[in-house]
Design a protein around this ligand. Sequence first.
Ligand code: LMR
Length: 394
Amino acid sequence: MFEKLQPAPADKILALIGLFRADPRKDKVDLGVGVYKDGNGGTPVMRAVREAEQRLYKEQSTKTYLGLAGDTGFNAAMAKLVFGDSADASRIRAAQAPGGSGALRLVAELLKRSRPDATVWVSDPTWPNHIPMMRGAGLQVKEYPYFDAATGGVRFDDMLAALKQVPAGDVVLLHGCCHNPTGANLAAAQWQAVTELLLERQLLPFVDLAYQGFGEGLDADAEGLRIVAAKAPEMVVAASCSKNFAVYRDRVGAAMIVAKDGAQADIALSNMLSAARSIYSMPPDHGAAAVRIVLEDDALRADWQVELEEMRTRMLRLRVELADALRLQSNSNRFDFVAHHRGMFSRLGLTPQQVERLRVEHGIYMVDDSRINVAGLPEGKITELAKAIVSVLD
Ligand code: LMR
């Protein structure tokens, strides 16, 4: 039965977890997988989430099924968190999904049903799993230009020029904030311009919002998405709670639809849920229930926002420290973009060979495209890290 199979290639981000764990060096540095780390290198359960879990433990009286859409209170709270209080809720529907990845797949399944011949256009580069995930649902994938490796910024004119050539009816996947893997993001005026182009070209906006609260703040990180939502008759969204609620392994996300009217939104949701039924049936409850409790309780929500803000500002400080250290060590400003990027990641612009040398010679782990997880930067040892990076440059 299985004799014809070849081993599947490892996911390059997840493979780093195993390599890092197996490395016996005490001073190794993990800048790989996108998991927030505090100053001690840990990824603690957030205070408000812990409290919500305790309430769940005390008060939950049954674990019977909730249904294909999961926790409806969670869905309503997530729609508000993402779209804001002023959005037209009558056209929005949300379904709880197993993580942001589950939400991406649910949206892809919906697209396959509604626009079977559509191509999904993704940024070059994008989160590596976007592409297999869209293809896995039977969709075509193509890339639009996005990152300028020379400046660390966005090739915005090239991006717009490419999107102008995209055939009507196709889908454009945009990172809502904190672009993964580059850290280079669109400004509000650029979101406006992209929105106008998408409407003019009749392209469907698809926003992946996996890091809300990690860039400029909870509302600021949703600004681009809200600019699109204010104008577009239809859009789709995949939101993740993995990072901003630190519930990674609990798999908490939401797939969302904005339709032309409530009736179309209901039909689209029913299709998404029937796709869920044929893949995994119902999403896991625990993490989403905890998130719902946090979002519905004023005190817990306030505390969650304080802790999230601490995480965000810590990453900003580390960005500045690394950019300063790299400027000093390299005697150049070629890495200054690290301080201007937002979110968990920046792409340093090293070759795969230089990344490999950092791992082998210095025990510094990053993705082979030189993406670093800023939250993993070692407190108090950033100068050493910058020295090591500069040492592999020539
Ligand atoms: C990442 O990009 O590192 C995270 O989103 C984790 C993952 O699943 O790849």
